[in-house]
Write a protein that binds this ligand. Structure first.
Ligand SMILES: [Zn+2]
Ligand SMILES: [Zn+2]
Length: 259
């Protein structure tokens, strides 16, 4: 078993689940059952209205055996992200951890099945280049600690036809230069791509560059905490990743991921 899960959505993309003991306590209960020691709550910035620092503090006090981090997943939503960036800036000192994500290219939500037809309107290599331009902008924003699901653009198994290795080096070098972590996420295992984000090649490249990793399952319900962590643990052991990053007030600490 692994001890940290740094990408979780207690509000589950809903606006009727603002933070309260009823919404949050099941996450601590499930974490305890699983043996997790350190979890970050990272609802999308567009649901910040339901976010509440006081409720997270209360949850932490009620569950002192588990580290519970106040986090947010900041993305590039053309409608909401300007607000989200302002909110992160305003609340930076109270937040432990910010994930940086790109969910939009050419103005459409490329990871949502409703918009899959949009892929036909674009050159796939352009979409990949746009996606990684968004990743670079997010990594350069000064508002994030770790970059989430770094190759999310592969979600529906549309792959570039050009070799983008040089671009991947640029992106990873930037992540390293900005002293950010990179997430390894099991979310892709339950999507059409059926593999961990990012692909093993990118994880190996990041490891060679001495980039630190956060680990996550991207749960949208408490019972999905640490989803597919047996497969993630096998990958970490295979790649000899023996340390992962956890965060308190944006300060990184490296710990063994293994229980
Ligand atoms: Zn995401
Ligand atoms: Zn997420």
């Amino acid at each position: 078993m692994l001890v940290a899960d740094y990408h979780n959505h207690p509000q589950a993309h809903r606006t009727d689940l603002p933070y309260s003991p009823q919404v949050l306590q099941p996450w601590a209960d499930r974490a305890r059952d699983l043996g997790l020691k350190d979890i970050a709550l990272t609802d999308h910035d567009r649901y910040k209205a339901g976010f509440c620092f006081d409720e997270i503090s209360k949850l932490q006090e009620a569950n002192p055996d588990i580290k519970i981090r106040a986090g947010i997943e900041l993305d590039n939503d053309p409608e909401t992200s300007a607000d989200g960036r302002n909110w992160v800036e305003t609340n930076w000192d109270q937040l432990d951890f910010v994930l940086g994500s790109v969910h939009f290219v050419k103005g459409f939500a490329f990871d949502h099945p409703n918009y899959i037809a949009e892929y036909d309107k674009h050159d796939i290599n352009d979409l990949y280049r746009d996606y990684y331009a968004g990743i670079k902008a997010m990594a350069s924003s000064g508002l994030v600690d770790s970059m989430a699901h770094l190759d999310l653009i592969k979600i529906f198994k549309f792959f570039p036809t050009e070799d983008l290795t040089e671009l991947y080096h640029e992106v990873l070098d930037l992540i390293k230069a900005k002293d950010l972590s990179m997430e390894i996420s099991t979310a892709g295992l339950r999507k059409p791509i059926r593999e961990i984000y990012p692909e093993t090649k990118l994880i190996e490249m990041a490891k060679t560059k001495a980039i630190s990793f956060t680990i996550a399952g991207d749960a949208h319900a408490a019972q999905d905490l640490a989803h597919n962590y047996d497969k993630l643990e096998a990958l970490l052991r295979q790649l000899e990743i023996n340390e992962v990053a956890v965060y308190e007030q944006h300060q990184r600490q490296m710990i063994s991921p293994f229980l």
